[in-house]
Ligand binder design. Structure first.
Ligand code: PHE
Ligand code: NA
Length: 455
């Protein structure tokens, strides 16, 4: 029965996992989240969440995929007959994310082209909200499809579905072997340039300055867990799916999880340094404190960065394009992994060919994504993103550990499976992290959060 596709090499699997993890979340989400949640002080909850929840959960998902050899719904069903829905829930969240993630990559694509000779002129925000992307300024102004987004969006889907049609080894693995090394090299060029700009040091100061008062705030801890889960693509059905394509025999699951976790956080830190060095430069040019130029999310990448690029001392177009090309590469490798979760889920469930599953699953997501390529798209996008982050990410992670650790009491068996093929052996700490620490911290924080929200 084992005619499941397989990765060609271990490096191929690791690059694909890192490719999924390193995404838009690293480049524009992490720097802003860290800054807003205590700067240097945020690293404590962040590292705590990485070491006690992120990496242990990654090990759990890798082990489940490898042991049960299926997409998330199938693997969870094999773990416990009652758990198939958990896999489908994760697939559904991934599906929603894919519909807007694709649109953001499409924006980045057009910005990569247009920043090359600064076609947005002196007013990049006009470019975004006015003439070019024609995004509405208020939610009410829903309008037609915006050509400047629509064409790159088609390209995004052609690449993504093209890679998925080619399969695991010839498609996903090959794409990541190209995208990820390219991303790292290009991004390093940007960071080095940013660090040598006037004002970079003030930017870094603002980023790393610890605000210790935040450390007792439950919201900050939830933000740290949310960032870790989103950033490591945990509880999105992805890592289970990817590890189900590992060869059955020896492969160091535990070590793979550590490499993926540290590579992702390393890239995140690099992005934080690069982004804040650039913000420091911008503040310096404008003669204002750094906190006045910090923005999060879409605004950071598509409004503030173009402004920074405009003010660059030299080679503006080159660095502008480079930045947006990095967003495209990071985004595509994540989008491929998101779409693969439902391709694999549909294939396992309905026993259809990969080609059909990609055409139907990917095609549906592509169609829905057109909704976000319209005038009011930014508002749908914000709403979808907010919804996913508030209700999807940390909660899905919490539910999956509680079900595996307590609902099925499978942790011990998973541990012996991982230990039987990994050089690093999991001690009792792994079960303590997943069975006690993560549910306790996350559960407590979420309840506390709900209570303060109600008040
Ligand atoms: N981990 C990706 C990032 O940091 C985002 C992502 C989330 C990818 C969920 C897949 C699934 O941007
Ligand atoms: Na990430």
């Amino acid at each position: 029965m084992e005619n499941r596709p397989q990765w060609g090499t271990r490096a191929g699997f690791i690059l694909a996992a890192v490719g999924s993890a390193v995404g838009l979340g690293n480049i524009w989400r992490f720097p802003a989240v860290a800054y807003e949640n205590g700067g240097g002080a945020f690293f404590f909850p962040y590292l705590f969440a990485l070491l006690t929840a992120g990496i242990p959960l990654l090990i759990m998902e890798f082990t489940i995929g490898h042991k049960y050899r299926g997409s998330a719904p199938l693997s969870y069903a094999r773990l416990n007959k009652k758990f198939e829905w958990l896999g489908w829930w994760q697939v559904a969240v991934s599906f929603v994310i894919s519909t807007y993630y694709a649109v953001i990559i499409a924006w980045a694509m057009s910005f990569a082209v247009f920043s090359f000779n600064l076609k947005w002129g002196d007013d990049p925000s006009g470019f975004l909200f006015g003439s070019y992307l024609k995004l509405a300024e208020t939610p009410g102004q829903v309008g037609g499809i915006v050509p400047g987004v629509f064409i790159p969006l088609i390209l995004v889907w052609v690449i993504t579905l093209g890679v998925l049609f080619k399969g695991v080894k010839k498609g996903i693995e090959v794409a990541n072997k190209i995208f990820i090394p390219a991303l790292v090299i290009l991004f390093l060029v940007i960071v080095v340039r940013a660090l040598t700009l006037d004002g970079a040091a003030q930017g870094l100061d603002a980023f790393f300055k610890p605000d210790w008062s935040k450390i007792a705030d439950g919201k900050v801890w939830v933000a740290a867990y949310g960032q870790i889960f989103f950033s490591l693509s945990i509880a999105f059905a992805i890592m289970v799916t990817y590890s189900s394509y590992l060869p059955k025999k020896k492969t160091d699951l535990t070590n793979n999880a550590f490499i993926t976790g540290f590579a992702n956080s390393g890239f995140e830190l690099l992005a934080g340094i690069g982004v804040f060095a650039a913000l420091g430069f911008m503040a310096n040019q404008a003669g204002v404190p750094v906190n006045e130029v910090v923005t999060a999310g879409v605004g950071l990448a598509f409004v503030v960065f173009p402004q920074i690029i405009n003010e660059f001392p030299a080679l503006n177009g080159f660095f502008g394009s480079l930045f947006f090309i990095c967003l495209v590469l990071a985004g595509l490798s994540s989008l491929i992994s998101i779409v693969e979760t439902f391709v694999a889920g549909v294939q396992d469930k309905f026993k259809v060919s990969r080609t059909k599953a990609v055409a139907v699953g990917g095609g549906l997501s592509a169609l829905i994504s057109i909704l976000f390529a319209t005038k009011g798209g930014l508002y749908f996008l914000d709403a979808a993103d907010y919804f996913i982050n508030q209700f999807g990410v940390a909660l899905a992670g919490l539910v999956s550990v509680v079900l595996v650790a307590w609902g099925s009491r499978e942790l011990k068996n998973l541990q012996s499976h991982a230990d039987s093929i990994s050089d690093i052996k999991l001690g009792a700490w792994w079960r303590i992290c997943l069975g006690f620490i993560t549910p306790a911290v996350l559960g407590y924080m979420m309840v506390q959060n709900i209570i303060t929200n109600i008040k």
